[in-house]
Design a protein around this ligand. Structure first.
Ligand SMILES: Cc1cc2nc3c(=O)[nH]c(=O)nc-3n(C[C@H](O)[C@H](O)[C@H](O)COP(=O)(O)OP(=O)(O)OC[C@H]3O[C@@H](n4cnc5c(N)ncnc54)[C@H](O)[C@@H]3O)c2cc1C
Length: 459
C-alpha cells in the first residue's frame, strides 16, 4: 500500500464521482478526486439544476395570465433576464460550495485539475505531477455533441452557453428533438422568445411513447412554438441583425440565437484509455460490467461516461454501488430497469417503463388505458391545455408496465407511480387505491375503460 499516494482516485467531481468519493471515504478508503472545471459536475453547474431554475422562471408568465380567470387583475409583470441569470449563478455558487464542503467533511482530497491516465495505477495532472493510486474511478460525464460540421457552426451555442447569455434572445432557433432541446424550447418560449424547433426525425422525443410525443407537440404548438420536423440546419450565416439559418427545401429563418441540442458524447477523448487498455462499448461510452468494472481490473467507470442511462440519479446510484462493492464489502449491482424520468417541458412529462410500441413488441397480451382532459385549474384559467395519462398493462398478469403522463407536476407524480411500478403493482392495485379528490392524479386510479387491447382473442 505504501507504493500508492491514495487508495482511490476519482476522475471527475460530478454526480457519480462525488457520491462514489464520499461513500468510499466513509468506508475507510483514502480518496482523491480531480475536477477540471467546477465541483458538482454537469447536473449542478450546467444541467438539471440551472435548467430547473429557468423552467420555474419560464412558467410565471402563463401563471400571471391565468390568474385573471381567478379574479386577479392589474398584474402587469416585466421580466429581467440578467436578474434571473445573476440569481441562478448565486445559487449554483452556493451549491458548488456545499458539494465541496461535503467532500472535505468526508476527508476527500480535491484536486482542481484535469487528470489523465498514464497507466493503470498512475494519473497525470495538468501540472505534470503524477499520482499513484490503487484503484481508479472514471466519472468524467459527457459533453454536447454539435453534429456535422456545417458552415457557420462557430455561431451556434450549446446548452452550456445558453445558461450564460447576456440577454434573452427575442428569436431563437433550437435544433434537436431530445429532452434538452424540448425543455429549452419551452423555457425560451415561456420567457417570451419566439422559438423555432428544428428536428431531423418525424417527431420530437424519439424513444418516448408515441401518444405522449404527439400530445406534447400539440401543446407546444398551441403555445406558439414553431416545430419543423424532417429538416436539418444546413448553414448558419451572420447577418445584420442576427443569424440566417438555412434549412433545405424551406424558407430561411432569421433569429438572434441558434442553439444545437443534438445529443451528448461520453467524455472519453484524451483520457489515455487506449494506452491503459480500457475498452469502449458500442455506444461510445466506457464498457463496464454490472459492477461498473471496466476491461482493466482496478479501473471502474460510472455515470454518463458509460452511456448507460444518462441521468443524475442513475450516476449517483452507480457511484454509490461502486463504493459499496469495492470498499464496503457489499457487492451491489444497479438495477437499470424501470427508471422513472421527467421532461420539464410545458406541459411537463413524467414517464416510466414500457411505451405502447415496446409493450406490444415484448408482451403477448397488452391492455392500454388512457385519458385526456382539461384540468380544473386550466378550465378556470380559460387556457386550452390538456392533461394526458396512459397506463400500459401486461394483460397476462395485470401488471402495470408503463405509465406516461403529460401535465402539471407530472415529474412529481411519476416519482410516486415509480414506486408502484417497481413494486410490480397490478392494474387492480391501482384501481383499489382510493382517489385523492380533487386532483389531476386521481385519474391514474380511476381509468376503467380499455382504450385498446392487443393479443386478446376477439370475443
Ligand atoms: C442541460 C442538461 C439538463 C439536464 N437535466 C437533467 C435532469 O433534469 N435530470 C437528470 O436526471 N439529468 C439531467 N441531465 C443529465 C445529468 O446532468 C447527467 O446525467 C449527470 O450530470 C451525469 O453525472 P456524471 O457524474 O456522470 O457526470 P458529470 O456530472 O458530467 O460530471 C463529470 C465531471 O467530470 C469533469 N471532468 C471531465 N473530464 C475530466 C478530467 N479528465 N479530469 C478532471 N475532471 C474531468 C467534468 O468537468 C465534470 O465536472 C441534464 C444534462 C444537461 C446537459
Amino acid at each position: 500500500m505504501a507504493d500508492f499516494d491514495t487508495d482511490l482516485f476519482v476522475v471527475g467531481a460530478g454526480s457519480g464521482g462525488v457520491r462514489a468519493a464520499r461513500i468510499a471515504s466513509s468506508h475507510g478508503a483514502r480518496v482523491m478526486v480531480a475536477e477540471e472545471y467546477r465541483v458538482g459536475g454537469t447536473c449542478v453547474i450546467r444541467g438539471c439544476v440551472p435548467k430547473k431554475i429557468l423552467v420555474y422562471a419560464s412558467r410565471y408568465g402563463h401563471d400571471f395570465e391565468d390568474a385573471a380567470g381567478y379574479g386577479w387583475s392589474g398584474v402587469e409583470p416585466t421580466f429581467d433576464w440578467p436578474t434571473l441569470i445573476a440569481n441562478k449563478d448565486r445559487e449554483i455558487d452556493r451549491l458548488e460550495a456545499a458539494y465541496t464542503a461535503t467532500l472535505e467533511r468526508f476527508k476527500v482530497q480535491i484536486v482542481k485539475s484535469r487528470a489523465v491516465l498514464e497507466d493503470a495505477n498512475t494519473l497525470r495532472l495538468a501540472t505534470g505531477e503524477r499520482v499513484r493510486t490503487k484503484t481508479i474511478l472514471i466519472s468524467t460525464g459527457g459533453t454536447p455533441h454539435m453534429g456535422a460540421k456545417i458552415a457557420g457552426l462557430e455561431h451556434v451555442i450549446s446548452s452550456n452557453e445558453a445558461f450564460h447569455l447576456k440577454e434573452l434572445p427575442q428569436r431563437i432557433l433550437i435544433q434537436g428533438g431530445g429532452y434538452i432541446a424540448v425543455e429549452f424550447a419551452c423555457i425560451f418560449s415561456g420567457l417570451g422568445s419566439e422559438v423555432t424547433l428544428v428536428y431531423r426525425g418525424d417527431n420530437i422525443l424519439r424513444g418516448f411513447d408515441d401518444d405522449i410525443r404527439e400530445h406534447l407537440r400539440g401543446e407546444m404548438t398551441k403555445r406558439g412554438i414553431r416545430i419543423i420536423t424532417k429538416k436539418t440546419v444546413a448553414s448558419v450565416e451572420k447577418v445584420d441583425r442576427g443569424y440566417c439559418v438555412e434549412l433545405p427545401d424551406h424558407d430561411a429563418v432569421v433569429v438572434d440565437k441558434v442553439m444545437f441540442a443534438t445529443g451528448r458524447h461520453p467524455n472519453v477523448n484524451g483520457l489515455g484509455l487506449e494506452t491503459v487498455g480500457v475498452k469502449l462499448g458500442e455506444t461510445g461510452g466506457i464498457a463496464v460490467d454490472e459492477f461498473s468494472k471496466t476491461s482493466v481490473a482496478n479501473i471502474y467507470a460510472v455515470g454518463d461516461v458509460t452511456n448507460r442511462i444518462n441521468l443524475t440519479p442513475v450516476a449517483i446510484r452507480e457511484g454509490h454501488a461502486f463504493a459499496d462493492t469495492v470498499y464496503g464489502g457489499k457487492p451491489t449491482k444497479v438495477d437499470h430497469a424501470n427508471v422513472p424520468t421527467a421532461v420539464f417541458s410545458e406541459p411537463e412529462l413524467g414517464v416510466i417503463g414500457l411505451t405502447e410500441a415496446q409493450a406490444v413488441k415484448q408482451l403477448p397480451v397488452v391492455d392500454i388505458y388512457k385519458t385526456s382532459f382539461r384540468s380544473m385549474k386550466m378550465a378556470m384559467a380559460g387556457r386550452d391545455t390538456r392533461t394526458f395519462m396512459k397506463l400500459i398493462v401486461d394483460g397476462s398478469n395485470d401488471r402495470v408496465v408503463g405509465c406516461h403522463i403529460a401535465g402539471h407536476d407530472a415529474g412529481e407524480m411519476i416519482q410516486l407511480v415509480g414506486i408502484a411500478v417497481k413494486m410490480r403493482a397490478t392494474k387492480a392495485d391501482f384501481d383499489a387505491t382510493m382517489a385523492v379528490h380533487p386532483t389531476a392524479a386521481e385519474e391514474l386510479v380511476t381509468m376503467r375503460e380499455k382504450a385498446m387491447s392487443y393479443g386478446r382473442a376477439a370475443k
